[in-house]
Design a protein around this ligand. Structure first.
Ligand code: MTE
Ligand code: MO
Length: 300
């Protein structure tokens, strides 16, 4: 890869988890991220920001291109071909093109972000991502003034993807954000977890992470980014418009038609094994101004 990791820790360096957390807090604090609420304080760690293990993060997944079972991506995603990898950037941008991944990310900073991750199915994890702010990438390609949304597309490799062969969804998997959501400093494009390149089942080599939205917004293995003035279609809304909306902000007050969203099951054992309350915007209240004046029980 043409870009360098900002941190060079290996998994062995950062176990146990508590040591990892402390180290990340120091590093992130030194980078001045605390001011915008990205760094867990001691109190946050007690409130559920102790990261899941790498084993948990790599073994319990949703990646329907590789099957619908939680263990299917770990079993099948070794078939994903991730190199070479290029991303088409098109639509309302100054510098469109087919970028080699390394070229697109060259010169940008990989940061550590420990985020809550809440699936719409009411399970959750805490994941220590390594990633680049999406805003940095968008600024690099130059967003034109008429653009209002960003659309994303996942790779399709039919011969390698059992879920594509079985047509369990309408592929390619597509997602989208409003431009201001995409430019928010919490929104990242993840390339690693725990300082290791992101595993195929987690969306190698690069995937979106939007921590205040349900997990399905965080589209994996991205090969296309399109700037547009139209709200883009998204896969789960196409599959079931009544149950899944474009915004899909985590909201404990708005239930899924078939289950409550008031609480969640934290994946993994130990101290946080019990069900826990789901937080508005998944515990990221700093994004609330993005939705001023919008009825969040209507714009689901
Ligand atoms: N391309 C693609 N991206 C996807 C999905 C998928 O099926 N295909 N599943 C989504 C859902 S529902 C969730 S909860 C997260 C899961 O991410 P993880 O397996 O890394 O925890 O990925 C999201 N991104
Ligand atoms: Mo999900």
């Amino acid at each position: 890869m043409a870009y360098r990791w900002k941190n060079t820790l290996t998994h062995a360096d950062i176990t146990p988890k508590a040591a990892y957390l402390n180290r990340r807090q120091i590093l992130a604090g030194a980078a001045g991220l605390g001011a915008i609420g990205l760094v867990p304080r001691a109190a946050d760690a007690q409130a559920g920001l102790e990261p899941n293990t790498l084993e948990e993060i790599r073994s319990y997944n949703n990646f329907y291109e590789f099957g619908t079972g939680k263990g299917d991506p770990a079993a099948n995603a070794h078939q994903l071909v991730t190199a070479p990898w290029s991303i088409k950037v098109d639509g309302m941008v100054d510098r469109p093109g087919d970028y080699a991944l390394g070229d697109l990310l060259a010169g940008l900073t990989v940061e550590d972000r420990i985020y809550r991750f809440r699936c719409v199915e009411a399970w959750s994890m805490v994941i220590p991502w390594n990633g680049i702010e999406l805003a940095d990438i968008l600024n690099k390609v130059g967003v034109q003034s008429g653009a209002r949304y960003v659309a994303f597309e996942t790779v399709v490799q039919p011969e390698n993807m059992i879920g594509v062969q079985r047509r369990v969804l309408d592929f390619p998997y597509v997602e989208g954000l409003r431009l201001d959501e995409a430019m928010h400093p919490l929104t990242i494009m993840a390339t690693g977890i725990y300082g290791e390149p992101i595993a195929n089942q987690n969306g190698a080599p690069i995937r979106l992470v939007v921590p205040w939205k349900y997990g399905f917004k965080s589209i994996k293995s991205i090969v296309r980014i399109t700037l547009t003035d139209q709200e883009p279609p998204i896969s789960w809304n196409i599959a079931n418009a009544r149950e899944y909306g474009f915004y899909s902000n985590v909201n404990p007050n708005v239930d899924h038609p078939r289950w409550s969203q008031a609480s969640e099951r934290r994946i993994g054992g130990g101290l946080f094994a019990a069900r826990q309350d789901t937080l508005m915007f998944n515990g990221y209240p700093e994004v609330a101004p993005l939705y001023d004046g919008m009825d969040l029980s209507v714009f689901i």
